[in-house]
Design a protein around this ligand. Sequence first.
Ligand code: NAD
Ligand code: MG
Length: 296
Amino acid sequence: MIKNTLENPLKKHFNQDYPDQFQEEPGLESKLTPKPDAGEETYQGSNQLKGRKALVTGGDSGIGRAAAIAYAREGADVAINYLPSEQSDAEEVKKYIEESGRKAVLIPGDLKSEDFNQKMVKKAVEELGGLDILALVAGKQQAETDITHLSTKQLEDTFATNVFSIFWTVKAALQYLKAGSAIITTTSIQAYKPSSFLLDYASTKGAIHTLTQALSGQLAEKGIRANTVAPGPIWTPLQVTGAQPQENIPSFGQNTPLKRAGQPVELSSVYVFLASNQASYVTGQTYGVTGGGFTN
Ligand code: NAD
Ligand code: MG
């Protein structure tokens, strides 16, 4: 049931210290404590995306999982991409999509390869019978406080995952997208208020902001919209895999005006809105879901 009573945003979700914890990249949602709310039990759809065909990268966990579940509950068939080691998280999402009466397609593989990006799009189109929504949510984030210790491998992997894969996926997908289709990328508050220990990651998020604006200009005459979502601190597996200096984990998110981390489900409606006909006059924009940090 949708609750229509007033809910205090400070108290709506978990607002205590998180237990200190660490996982190797890319981490598993099933091993996070407490488990994030990606809408599994809470997101209710209303046919806003009936019959659409969506590809969600990073759809196994965190924000991508929330988008994938919401899209299915809104009536879309959904393909999700993730790394092979995340198969168990992906199987859970498949179950939620299928319980919504929609088709789920699992496409494991590494977005750092251009060849894989092309294969992913081709498989999504073949299995879904087309493509209307590209939600590009996958991302890599590793903290490094000293630029002289930032390895070229980390730099290349972070840019390939976060930025190059967007170019490669969009290039491969454009031939299938039609007027009314939507591309949604995922930037971050880090594009606007960068942390000094996220030099490479924050730079990729700035690039995503800018490339999405430029892309929206190219695609407008085709009737295809491109927007980006800028999350603040959200409780997801990424955060406990070295994305933060480890001492930041217990109080994660408490330095925002709303004094807690967000949960993935708090982004669901934004990914749905930007994909839907409701956003017919919205392109080239950034939507912040930050707990109060400014994205400008
Ligand atoms: P998450 O760990 O749940 O999701 C990230 C996903 O990226 C992983 O599930 C993995 O499947 C995918 N991924 C990483 N490297 C990949 C690769 N080489 N090939 C294929 N897939 C790969 O964490 P999340 O926080 O939900 O992250 C989703 C997006 O949100 C990311 O782009 C992240 O930068 C962005 N974001 C997160 C926060 C936050 O506080 N959690 C804040 C701002 C932006
Ligand atoms: Mg994951």
